[in-house]
Design a protein around this ligand. Sequence first.
Ligand SMILES: *Cc1c(COP(=O)(O)O)cnc(C)c1O
Length: 466
Amino acid sequence: MRYISTRGQAAPRDFEAVLLAGLAEDGGLFMPETWPVFTAAEWRSMRGLPYAELATRILLPFMGENIAEADLARMCAESYASFAHAAVVPLAQLDEHSFALELFHGPTLAFKDVALQLLGRLFDHVLARRGERITIVGATSGDTGSAAIEACRDRAAIDIVILHPENRTSEVQRRQMTTVLSANVANLAIQGSFDDCQDAVKAMFNDAPFRSEMKLAAVNSINWARIAAQIPYYAAAALALGAPDRPVAVSVPTGNFGNVLAAYGAMRMGLPIERFIIGSNRNDILARFLAANDMSARPVEPSLSPSMDIQVSSNFERLLFELLGRDAHATAEQMARFRAEGRMPVPDAAWRAATARFAGFTLDDAGTLAEMRRLKHESGYVADPHTAVGTAAARAHPGAREVPVIIAATAHPAKFPDAVRAALGEAPALPPHLADLYERQERFTVLPNALEPIEGFVRAHARRNA
Ligand SMILES: *Cc1c(COP(=O)(O)O)cnc(C)c1O
């Protein structure tokens, strides 16, 4: 499989190069040159496979030239053994036709574990073969940092340093990062905001000598391998609900658009997913785009679903590329305009192609709490605020009553105890593997918001290629 950039100015690469590069050098995102497709008979033969085996079958066409099947099978088996549910990504039925796809049984209780657990192992595998090491640096407001740390802890070829804003994450989120005492993991509490942390990470990447000396790498959601690793769970759910012989719909609470893009990928691989419902909180750029072709950025506002407090969804560029008939030149032009003007009217034909498959939905905080109460009363289900945006979106969509709807349940309710308490009067308990989180020893270093001490810390932590 070869990968091409959505902006057309980068040479095609193989999977290994795309995994290590993240972003293409023309600023675009990598996409498979063609989507691998399974026949209906091939999909039927995958029904009932254990999750790790299903993931191996689906992912092999994306990486087969670089990763041997036996190695991929082993990495999938190890990745999904770290999940606390035997089905890895179980379905919970909410009513006659809607099903929560629980993606939160991994080590940090959010769906990012599904992809990152595999990504950490893929990195380690290809780096060991190349005799190289990398240093991952990242900024987090809470969720992504812990999933990245859990994915990279104790990996031989990786050191990881995660910056979080001191005293500005929830205690659960901080402890999920700072109680990982592995030698290759370091946490920095920066005396500043999340934006300061992000700026410091960008400054390190822009410091070319530092970047190459440290072999800096990122694991953010623009990495193609993360999208690929999210396709198998949509396939598992669709197959369980009758695909390829019965169509399904999906409803996805969305931030950077990565998770919904993976569902779209499952459709392109031959599964009958006929509708994509996109749930947003008050940061509703995608809903405005689908309603009225209004793709215009507004300031980010905080909400009860913080992992969706995003205005510019980086992975939307991949869908745009598809909507524009894979015209990289047109995609690059659109993105340049969006960067310059903060808005981009998408050509009418492409916008219509989007609305034929995608539907947008927005829910404010009061609506989110009301939906969490409704789920508890009508289905006995305790949902986190992100998942509740997805279930409300599914209910609001008229077509969703004709086919089964798969709702991406993206976080465990115990990860957002304040919102659950506000909705239901009582916070959920942490699952057994985290029950002692508040007693565990923490380790982190507090640093001022200044590049020099931060780079000095990373330099001291990184083992590089010594
Ligand atoms: C990251 C995240 C999202 C948004 O996912 P995208 O792939 O960025 O659309 C939604 N819910 C939770 C709990 C998350 O952690």
